[in-house]
Design a protein around this ligand. Structure first.
Ligand code: ADP
Ligand code: CIR
Length: 363
């Protein structure tokens, strides 16, 4: 494994890299941070390893542990501000909105374009490091703590925990094809130490109809997921909020007032929420300004098997890009508005008149 000096040399040599690591890890920052260490044993090497070894990274930085966000703030803060497009580091209190009185329901009542809807949040146990600083024993211990909390869930959230260790390859393949399960194929995450001791300590919890799922020790300690076929975002979101609130009663999650919920990758912190639809938009996706449209609405397009995969048959994963500096319900609304605009463009429909042009008075 490369030493910090070697990683720094690789980063300096990567002249064409467009990563946020390359942009913000200046010589001054490097010199200031190179001898620091967190109480979890995290060093700068762990934070920059993935980006230094993969110059084509977009972000290139991972936090070694929750304390890295303080100890290595001279690097992490500018990366966070750049990724989340915020001018200052502050994050509102958690606000899920009035989940029983949402002003939206199904994003595609005709069922023509949206295949499925999913909302997830990442969460980290406050008392454990992130993957590169964890021992095998800690992973196993953390899995046990999480599993015990999950096994107390009731009602629609009640489910079963399935350890990855011992799960048959056929079951894994089917769960992955159905978009329920993760795997160890992301080379950026691999370089960051995300798959150390794989598959030990990893697993998935889900209810009978697989609409509420929890990933344990994938990229983050915990990913809480609600999903179902079709476009009923309100139903998916309500179930997720219920799940988060129940788990918060049993577990302590790492959070900073300035950064919100802390995650392994700085691109995920804040609300740590990604709301996505799998939506058929072949025409819009072929438009030359597709990327500009997505940027305008703060949405991101991914392939249908997750980040760094391709679209299949014109179906894209469209989600909110921003997670920091806005509340949970605002992140959901950003994704909703972006998806509705893409659907409108795909169908070639007229833009709905704004309330003002209808003669309304906005109070
Ligand atoms: P995340 O960071 O949200 O976990 P990934 O891009 O790694 O995201 O995707 C994780 C998995 O979730 C993949 O298998 C992907 O296909 C699936 N997924 C994401 N959004 C949806 C959706 N709207 N419907 C069905 N599956 C989805
Ligand atoms: C990268 O830097 O490209 C990878 N480590 C993945 C970054 C995470 N996500 C993102 O850009 N949305």
């Amino acid at each position: 494994m490369s030493s910090l000096d070697e990683l720094w040399e690789k980063l300096c040599a990567a002249e064409d890299s467009k990563s946020l690591l390359k942009k913000h890890c200046t010589e001054d920052v490097y010199n200031k941070l190179k001898d620091k260490q967190t109480k979890f044993g995290g060093t700068l090497a762990e934070c920059i390893r993935s980006g230094a070894e993969n110059p084509e990274s977009g972000v290139g930085v991972y936090a070694s542990d929750p304390e890295a966000y303080t100890v290595f703030a001279d690097l992490l803060n500018p990366v966070i501000m750049d990724y989340h497009k915020v001018k200052q580091l502050k994050h509102p209190a958690c606000n899920f909105g009035k989940v029983d009185k949402l002003d939206f329901g199904d994003l595609d009542p005709s069922g023509e374009l949206i295949v499925s809807t999913r909302v997830r949040v990442g969460r980290s146990h406050a008392s454990y490091g992130f993957p590169p600083t964890l021992t095998k024993e800690q992973r196993i211990e953390m899995e046990k703590v999480t599993r015990e909390a999950l096994e107390q869930l009731t009602g629609e959230l009640k489910g079963t925990y399935h350890s990855l260790d011992g799960m048959s390859p056929e079951t894994q393949k089917q769960l992955m094809e159905d978009h329920f399960l993760f795997n160890d194929s992301d080379r950026f995450l691999k370089a960051a130490g995300g798959y150390n001791d794989w598959p030990t300590g990893r697993g998935i919890f889900f209810n009978d109809n697989k609409t509420f799922l929890v990933w344990v020790n994938e990229e983050d300690h915990i990913r809480i997921i609600s999903m179902q076929q079709g476009g009923d975002l309100a139903a998916v979101y309500k179930r997720l909020v219920e799940g988060i609130k129940e788990l918060e009663k049993k577990l302590d999650f790492a959070r900073l007032p300035t950064l919100g919920y802390l995650t392994f990758c700085p691109s995920n912190l804040g609300t740590a929420l990604r709301a996505s639809v799998h939506v058929k938009i072949p025409k819009v996706a072929a438009m030359p300004d597709f990327k500009e449209i997505c940027d305008k609405y703060h949405i991101q397009a991914r392939g249908i098997h997750g980040e760094h995969t391709e679209s299949v048959g014109g179906v894209y994963d469209i989600s909110n890009k921003r997670r920091l500096g806005l509340t949970e319900i605002e992140a959901i609304q950003e994704m909703r508005q972006g998806v509705q605009e893409l659907i409108r463009l795909e169908k070639g429909e007229e833009k709905a008149p704004s309330p003002k042009s209808k003669g309304c008075v906005i109070l």
